[in-house]
Design a protein. Sequence first.
Length: 202
Amino acid sequence: MFLADVDVTGDAFEEFMRETGRPYSAGSFRAQGRALAVGVSCLPLDTIRRAMAHPNAVLVDVGLTYSHHTLVDDTLADVKPLLDANGVTLIDASPLAMGLLTTSGPQPWHPASSQLKAACAKQAACDSSPRLEEVALAYACRTPIGASVLVGCRTLVEFRANANVAYQCRMPNIIVPVAWASSLHTTPTDEARIRDHLLDLN
């Protein structure tokens, strides 16, 4: 059970963190076996730090944050030791940086700088390289920092492509049907080259 997007709760943050104790109370979802874990999710890493400093941090089993372990942002490593110290399992979400690292590009509200958006769009349009989505997902799969990598899919085609990347990167517990499997068109060298290029342009 997740307390989702606690970063947008504003003044209600304390109340939200107090609510982490509710699943542990008698007659609760957890006591009834209907919630096996309690988690918090947010985008800003400062909110993760704030949650881990709260007295109820000991009640949090899982932390989910997104877009912080990508080709253009590796700041998730900064909070991983804090989560480990608190016994919190990390879910690393959105390795495609909320659409930034895709050929279709991000939504207009995306918080990235205009320079970074332009650099990613230029890379996505480059025909001589592997697809940006493939490179970005492969990077996250080859350099895992959490218990799992969580990526969204809009279509079955995207789902199959993402599953294939994870399989080719030898992610544990990934099995794909033979019909889905295809050779991966990106290598760690590609990922490092494109990552360096995007960071240089930003």
